[in-house]
Design a protein around this ligand. Structure first.
Ligand code: ATP
Ligand code: MG
Length: 261
């Protein structure tokens, strides 16, 4: 499977009569299962807009988002359902991704039922427990009846990851998924996400401000500036021989927590 952006652009209408904003400008990239692609760039460079187009949450103004060569804009019915299941989002918890009134069992169970991933109450329950344990919430049964308010920040983020992987996606688009977490918690959640590439073959488009995080987990790095992809390539290359001045500045601005491998 391959998820691709081909020359995608997004132009937002200007707020209150202002000039239109070109949030993404002819960006091309791709991600396959098992690959960990990090997207970095300063605030406002278009990372979230690109992510939302890859997820089919907003339409591209120009260009195409393709799943295995098929334009998601023209997908209907079963094909659309297949896309919705195969490409999952994990967003930042403070953005209100979890309903505070729903227990973990309900939050994940409704996704299992929507995508018909299991049959009967016992089947759904087993599927939820399996997903919780895959993201390190063990034993899974202990988390089923909890409300989001009864979980730590790291546990909530793990529930969001469980809700994404419970439908057996091939690709996860994660936008600042660990940015709000404390350093030690962040490291654990990241390890879990990285493990899912190895154990389940999940591919990631992983958006982050956090360059030490990129250093730790990415295979490939995409650098955005003012809506454009200005540089992309294998992590080692981007970190050791950045071609763009902008990338160099971005790397220099980040606190170095560990030496480059
Ligand atoms: N709904 C919208 N309407 C108008 N302009 C928008 C909208 N969403 C984003 N923008 C603008 O598009 C540009 C790109 O925004 P985007 O959120 O994609 O950046 P980002 O790289 O994710 O930034 P951050 O790192 O701060 O999350 C910015 O100039 C932003 O102000
Ligand atoms: Mg953003």
């Amino acid at each position: 499977m391959l998820l691709e952006a081909r020359e995608v652009s997004k132009v937002y209408r200007g707020r209150r009569g202002g000039a239109p904003v070109v949030a993404v400008d002819r960006a091309s990239m791709s991600v396959a299962p098992g690959r960990f692609v990090a997207v970095v760039g300063e605030s406002g460079s278009g990372k979230s807009t690109l992510a939302r187009m890859l997820l089919g949450l907003i339409p591209a103004s120009d260009g195409h988002v393709l799943l295995d060569g098929e334009d998601i804009a023209t997908m209907r019915g079963e094909r659309m359902a297949h896309f919705r299941r195969s490409v999952q989002a994990v967003l930042q918890d403070p953005a209100g991704s979890l309903n505070p009134r729903k227990r973990v069992r309900q939050a994940i169970g409704e996704v299992v039922r929507l995508h018909r991933m299991a049959n009967g109450a016992a089947g759904v329950r087993a599927k939820i427990v399996e997903a919780l344990e895959l993201v390190g919430l063990t034993p899974g049964e202990q988390f089923l009846e909890r409300f989001p308010g009864e979980l730590s920040g790291g546990q909530r983020q793990r529930v969001l990851i469980a809700r994404a992987i419970v439908v057996d996606p091939e690709i996860i688009v994660a936008d600042e998924a660990v940015s709000a977490l404390d350093a030690s918690v962040k490291a654990g959640v990241l390890r879990t996400m990285r493990e899912l590439t190895e154990r389940l073959g999940v591919g990631y488009v992983f958006i982050t401000h956090d360059l030490p995080v990129v250093k730790k987990v990415a295979d490939e790095v995409i650098v955005m500036k003012s809506g454009r992809i200005v540089e992309s390539g294998p992590k080692a290359q981007i970190f050791s021989e950045p071609r763009q001045e902008y990338t160099r500045t971005l790397l220099a601005a980040a606190p170095v927590l560990e030496p480059v491998a």
